[in-house]
Write a protein that binds this ligand. Structure first.
Ligand code: ZLS
Ligand code: CA
Ligand code: ZN
Length: 406
């Protein structure tokens, strides 16, 4: 069986910082950053680092985040922790952002839709500030690789947080790294197409560019009431009639594909390839941002679709065939072992190694601790830190994959 090779006609970069793995949104919270540990270990276990350039991400600067977000919100995010939250909320400049309100579950919310309650979508947790600025830094570094022509495809599985608004966290998203990336891209590319295959509507990105005809947003998502209550599937927007701000020059530069529960591979493929293909033909993007939320997979803890890793990856392949500068981001994904399988597979597809992932993990490629030392960038080097605590889980995921993947 052929080993992992570097892709022939294009260059791929991979942006990551293992610090994000240590974060915990809370015991019962569905967002588990350790899914990124599993992903990293599968990627390294298969030797995919040799097919691309891996870069250790650094934190984004506050000034960079202000390109989209409100100054007060950025300052708050950069200072907040479970320890500082209450005192910060008392500061006069933040009080105007703190209307007395609660969420649909009667959880009390602080400023910017943040809360220290474990029952909140957007909790304040230890190390949160570092986590937010790191995933954003990774996306901006990946974007820079593309805009400076140093990579053709750039990957950040820790990014893709599509619900965050200008001055409000929403749906597990605090900083909208996607919007920040597209703002950077617009300095170089005439037109950017944003495609979102997360099971949720990419509302934050759509809203940010609702008046911008140089950005087309296209989201595929579960839409509609999902049980016998009146509750809508989060965030409740993204109807087919939603096409960008009416009367503005951005009208018709947003596309939405609302979908019922249980969609299968064949149906998804039909929708994705027809709509995306026609959007690309009509809009003629200069670059593409693809949000690969893995909660559209069957068996996801929050999602309600029924698509397999194979079809999820076919979306990546379809986009890749257009040979445009492409930023590949993560997003949702709440059944961690499947998230890791999907994103490792999609890393392989991006590097033209899609047919080479044997379901039998080559054991000599399981990363050894000494392999995790920092080396100079640019020659398929490995990540510098080894998370001892996570090692067993990761090996477990690899063993499980021998049986199930593809
Ligand atoms: O796209 O449905 C909601 C909003 C609520 C119900 C949940 N409560 C906590 C707040 C009010 C109406 N929120 C969704 C957000 C989904 C975000 C998806 C992000 C992305 O994949 C991109 C990363 C939601 N669905 C499920 C939950 N929240 C949820 C489930 C279980 C829990 C535990 C922790 C917290 C409270 C109990 C929570 C949220
Ligand atoms: Ca979506
Ligand atoms: Zn989602």
């Amino acid at each position: 069986e052929a080993g992992i090779t570097r892709p022939k006609g294009h260059k791929v970069s991979f942006h990551y910082n293992s610090t994000v793995e240590d974060m915990h949104f809370g015991k019962t919270h569905p967002m588990k950053p350790w899914r990124l540990t599993l992903t990293k270990h599968l990627v390294l276990g298969y030797g995919l680092q040799y097919a691309m350039d891996t870069y250790e991400a650094v934190k984004a600067g506050k000034d960079q985040v202000r390109a989209f977000h409100d100054t007060d919100y950025v300052d708050f995010l950069s200072q907040v922790s479970p320890q500082t939250f209450d005192a910060l909320c008392q500061e006069p400049r933040y009080r105007k952002h703190t209307p007395a309100r609660h969420d649909a579950d009667q959880v009390i919310l602080g400023p910017f839709n943040l809360s220290t309650s474990p029952g909140a979508d957007c909790p304040v947790f230890d190390g949160m500030s570092e986590y937010l600025f790191l995933y954003t830094g990774a996306t901006l570094a990946a974007t820079n690789q593309l805009t400076t022509n140093q990579s053709d495809i750039a990957i950040n599985w820790s990014g893709g947080l599509h619900h965050a608004h200008k001055s409000e966290a929403s749906g597990f998203c605090y900083i909208n790294d996607i919007v920040l990336s597209i703002i950077d891209m617009l300095r170089v590319y005439p037109r950017v197409l944003y495609i979102d295959i997360d099971v949720h509507h990419g509302d934050g990105v759509e809203q940010a560019f609702q008046r911008q005809p140089r950005v087309m947003t296209l989201s595929y998502h579960r839409y509609g009431p999902y049980d016998d209550t009146n509750n809508k599937f989060f965030p409740g927007t993204g109807d087919i009639t939603d096409v960008g701000l009416r009367g503005s020059i951005g009208e018709h530069f947003a596309l939405n594909v609302p979908i019922g529960s249980g969609i299968d591979d064949k149906q998804y493929k039909y929708l994705f390839e027809n709509v995306t293909g026609r959007a690309i033909d009509a809009f003629k993007p200069s670059a593409i941002v693809l949000q690969c939320g893995a909660d559209s997979l069957g068996g996801d803890r929050l999602g309600q679709f029924n698509i397999n890793i194979k079809q999820h990856g076919e979306c990546v392949n379809f986009v890749k065939r257009h040979r445009l500068p492409t930023l590949i981001l993560g997003g949702g994904g709440y059944t961690a072992r499947n998230v890791a399988r999907a994103w490792c597979h999609e890393t392989a597809l991006a590097t033209d190694n899609g047919t080479k992932l044997s379901p039998l993990i080559p054991l000599h490629l399981v990363p050894r601790p000494e392999a995790f030392q920092t080396r100079a960038h640019g020659d398929g080097q490995l990540f510098p830190r080894f998370q001892k605590d996570h090692r067993n889980e990761c090996v477990d995921a690899q063993l499980e994959l021998q049986v199930k993947v593809l």
